[in-house]
Design a protein around this ligand. Structure first.
Ligand code: NAD
Length: 430
């Protein structure tokens, strides 16, 4: 078949028909095509309704982090992630936080920001003032028409901000609609509201609206979490290899490094997002929105920095804190249509989006603590290499008990390679 990507009517075909075309285009083997076309809990019909041009589904491991005690309540945390060590590290951090009471988390009301861009305004400063002068009238109207039915659920428009920005294309008036989205992430709801209200802003300003869209910098919708790790527990967990005080100091110094160096802060925050994204994905939420928001929030002090903070309490124990924007929901998007996302929410037992956001912040803090503890003490490669070796053993064809035997031998030899795994496997099987 000719390698041609302008396939007309591709979207009108069934997933199976599309897959046939892709198979021919990429010369997939029957096994490859079968693997791609196979669906699991997310069946073909549901997947085909979620996005366009579906040919199959893909799978990721769904793990459970244990030991989480948040605001006095026990949670099992569903985590969807392909990276080894993350689930184990979160569970370990949560276990070590339990003696001091686990995580204490809070969250703001679930207020998202919708942006309306007004261009071609003759007197932008006056227009911004005029919009603010009519604030209450606009809010009342928004909540009366309530185009996305948020008021019924206890949400709705809460406030309006207006400011003038200087841009390469001239001055613009930017209006922020502060919308309480309750249990929705809110993108559709806020975008619709922004479109509904834009004629009012045009009338007041005499300008023209261009963009009407949610901001993913959800700095009005954040969750905080805090935990204390006792120095003696840290020492015990290191099997006496490191002094508790040294571990506490090492973690604080690791945080200080991230505070002052964006190269380190990026990796510091990546570790936080290992935990955050895993829960966000498990619950069917928009991880791109959460990622974008987190990194922008990390830059709010004028320079990119860490999303967590570490200090010592009066007894010399480690105090960890996090604040992250949490544009997540329990309704809307695929949170209620993806069969596994629904199960994840059941496992979590969260009652509303705020509670979910507090769980997510706590998992992010736990993940970060675990990474910093390992980095500031033994280094992370040792643990990673063990898991990496297991993957290599599986790649070499090891099954069952052989996986651990092959992995352990490779780690011992410090030769973690597929060819070596195959040799060891042959020796075992002889
Ligand atoms: P949605 O519009 O599908 O559902 C939200 C609706 O659910 C509300 O309008 C409300 O009528 C209803 N609802 C029922 N019970 C509710 C409750 N307890 N609290 C609040 N609302 C309740 O979803 P959404 O959250 O507005 O949008 C999320 C989707 O938008 C995601 O799939 C995301 O990927 C997508 N999206 C994101 C962006 C972005 O920039 N982040 C942009 C566009 C779309």
């Amino acid at each position: 078949m000719e390698r041609k990507s302008d396939i007309s009517g591709f979207h009108e075909l069934s997933p199976k028909k599309r897959l046939e075309l892709v198979k021919a285009f990429a010369e997939l083997t029957p096994e490859e095509a079968k693997a791609l076309g196979k669906t699991g809990a997310l069946d073909e019909k549901t997947a085909d309704m979620m996005i366009e041009n579906v040919v199959g589904t893909t799978e990721l491991p769904f793990g459970i982090a244990t030991n989480f005690l948040i605001n006095g309540k026990d949670y099992l945390i569903p985590m969807v992630i392909e990276e080894p060590s993350v689930v184990a590290a979160a569970s370990f951090a949560a276990k070590l936080a339990r003696p001091a009471g686990g995580f204490t988390a809070t969250s703001t009301p679930p207020v998202m920001i919708g942006q309306v861009q007004l261009v071609g305004v003759k007197n932008p400063e006056k227009a911004a003032r005029d919009i603010l002068a009519k604030k209450q009238q606009i809010i009342d109207y928004a909540n009366e028409v309530d185009p996305c039915v948020l008021v019924k659920f206890g949400g709705g428009m809460r406030d309006i901000e207006a400011r003038v920005i200087a841009t390469p294309a001239g001055k613009m008036v930017i209006v922020h609609l502060l919308v309480d989205c309750r249990d929705a992430m809110g993108a559709n709801a806020v975008n619709t509201l922004a479109e509904t209200l834009s004629p009012m802003f045009e009338d007041i300003s005499g300008g023209k609206t261009r963009l009407r869209i949610i901001s993913n910098l959800a700095d009005k919708r954040t969750a905080k979490s805090k935990a204390v790790w006792k120095k003696e527990d840290l020492e015990k967990a290191s099997k006496g290899q490191f002094k508790g005080e040294d571990i506490v100091n090492g973690i604080i110094e690791a945080w200080a490094f991230a505070f002052s160096d964006p190269y380190r802060a990026t990796t510091h925050n990546k570790g936080i997002m290992n935990g955050v994204d895993a829960v966000v994905i498990a619950t069917g939420n928009d991880w791109r929105a959460v990622e974008a928001g987190a990194h922008a929030f990390a830059s709010m002090r004028g320079r990119y920095g860490p999303l967590t903070k570490y200090s010592k309490d009066k007894d010399g124990n480690l105090v960890g804190e996090i604040e992250i924007p949490t544009a997540i929901g329990l309704v809307g998007g695929v949170t209620r249509t993806h069969p596994i996302a629904k199960v994840a929410v059941r496992i979590l037992g969260v009652k509303n989006a705020n509670e979910l956001s507090e769980v997510i912040a706590s998992v992010g803090l736990a993940q970060n603590f675990a990474a910093l503890r390992a980095l500031a003490t033994e280094g992370i490669q040792k643990g990673h290499m063990r898991l990496h070796a297991r993957n290599i053993a599986v790649m070499a064809g090891a099954e069952g008990k052989d996986v651990d035997i092959v992995a352990a031998k490779m780690v011992g030899e410090k030769r973690i390679r597929v060819d070596r795994a195959k040799e060891i496997l042959e020796e075992i099987r002889k």
